[in-house]
Unconditional design. Structure first.
Length: 325
């Protein structure tokens, strides 16, 4: 959540103008709606100001156009201009919608994959499911699982995907709005893949029994790590009930995970890949520190919560056989 620089209203999904860099609500996201100073120096990359943009009405008669001179009126030009601006800067259309909403595209992909996992289990059994979706220490060469394991979750435990979805839904947009969708997607998958690989490589290095990982908790903890750097005093609700500062939540979970990793020596306890959690959290801390200058776009750093809002926290969900995270 951020404040519109034009009207001062709080906006759950703010828009950041790529011309002036300010943040706006849906009503003021278009450059002409906030008197964007960037329009004056715009080199018109999309041809918005091209006088030929409404050539389709050039042949209309005065009767057909309601008396418009040459098929054009100032109102008609402004209307077409606004539509072209909306295509350049807005979120219209399926592809452009995901331009500034990659978090929701990732969530959709997670749930589609979850359904595909059940179909695969029903049609091909556990062996095919593990080959397609689980990153395993004895099959690291199956490089597709580096990615599919980030989307996949334990089919038998719905809370696994629900927990991760909650973390990504509430906290992912805060990071995405600050760094941009492309950078956020790269960060999300980089952290998720590194967390999974780190866990299985540790198992190989310590001669642990074969293990596997699947789930987005590594990437989810990376997102929490970023916000721990940017907004350490942001208020969250653990399990939607217990209020606490995010720094206490994340560092507390990290301490418990570290203790369990040391005690077990395998990187995971009770089917939960705690080492993957720690790797994701460390990547998030490093990413947050490196991009600390962008924190203002996520609501700034300090001791107040973003717009007075509180979001849920907590780990991505329980594990199970196979070292899920």
């Amino acid at each position: 959540m951020a404040t519109c620089d034009e009207c001062g209203e709080y906006e759950n999904l703010p828009y950041q103008c790529k011309r002036c860099g300010q943040t706006f609500c849906a009503d003021h996201r278009l450059p002409e709606n906030h008197d964007c100073p960037g329009l004056a120096g715009w080199d018109d990359p999309g041809g918005v100001f091209d006088s030929g943009f409404d050539e389709s009405v050039e042949g209309e008669s005065a009767a057909d156009t309601g008396g418009r001179t040459g098929g054009r009126t100032s109102a008609g030009i402004v209307d077409r201009f606004k539509r072209r601006i909306d295509r350049e800067t807005g979120t219209g259309g399926l592809v452009s919608y995901f331009r500034n909403n990659a978090t929701y595209a990732i969530l959709l992909a997670m749930w589609v994959t979850f359904i595909a996992q059940w179909v695969t289990l029903f049609v091909g059994g556990e062996a095919l499911h593990n080959t397609l979706f689980v990153l395993r220490s004895e099959a690291i060469a199956n490089v597709w699982t580096w990615v599919t394991s980030v989307f996949s979750h334990a089919p038998g435990q719905l809370f696994h995907i629900i927990g991760n979805s909650i973390v990504i839904l509430f906290f992912g947009p805060l990071v995405e709005r600050a760094v941009g969708s492309k950078k956020f997607v790269g960060f999300f998958f980089g952290a998720g893949i590194a967390a999974g690989l780190g866990h299985v490589l540790f198992a190989v290095a310590t001669n642990a029994p074969p293990t596997g990982v699947l789930g987005a908790s590594g990437a989810g903890f990376a997102i929490l790590g970023v916000l721990t750097v940017w907004r350490p005093n942001m208020q969250v609700l653990l399990f939607f009930v217990i209020p606490m500062k995010i720094k206490y939540l994340t560092w507390g979970i990290a301490a418990v995970s570290a203790a369990l990793v040391v005690a077990s020596g395998t990187g995971g306890v009770g089917g939960i890949a705690h080492l993957a959690h720690l790797i994701g959290f460390a990547i998030g801390l490093a990413f947050g520190k490196r991009n600390e200058g962008l924190a203002r776009s996520a609501g700034g750093m300090g001791g107040v919560s973003m717009g007075g809002a509180r979001g849920p926290g907590g780990p991505g969900g329980p594990g199970g056989p196979g070292g899920r995270f």
